[in-house]
Design a protein around this ligand. Structure first.
Ligand code: ZN
Length: 126
């Protein structure tokens, strides 16, 4: 297993943890020099804070720990292709590289298969 696969597997583990807390199952890690700087899962359904996506939370955490220069050398990994909001943040922070597990078009299928919260108001993008 190469490094990218290893970090994507970590994202999937985080997504599984997040999904068990009745949230959408997405995970993300920010990596610098082969070291995980931050790791987060989605918290968008908790307190109805819709912007609390895994990628955005991982970036905010990394931003607290790293300089602008260091951030620009990071890779962000995500279980699913980042949405436009997170993609904007990635671009604005000048993150060097983005690696994701599934294209965003597959989001709907993930909700159906892996979200066990029982909620019925999820967007189905498939
Ligand atoms: Zn997002």
């Amino acid at each position: 297993m190469n490094k990218d696969e290893q970090y994507i597997r970590k994202c999937i583990e985080l997504a599984e943890i997040g999904g068990k807390t009745a949230d959408f199952p997405f995970g993300s890690v920010v990596v610098l020099d082969d070291k995980i700087i931050s790791e987060k899962y989605n918290e968008a359904l908790q307190n109805n804070e819709v912007y609390r996506h895994a990628e955005l939370l991982a970036l905010l955490d990394a931003q607290k720990k790293l300089s602008k220069d260091e951030l620009s050398r990071c890779t962000i990994y995500s279980s699913v292709e980042p949405c436009p909001m997170c993609a904007f943040a990635i671009q604005e922070l000048n993150i060097r590289r983005v690696v994701f597990g599934l294209p965003i078009a597959d989001n709907g299928r993930i909700y159906k298969v892996e979200n066990t919260s029982g909620r019925t108001d999820k967007r189905d993008l498939s």
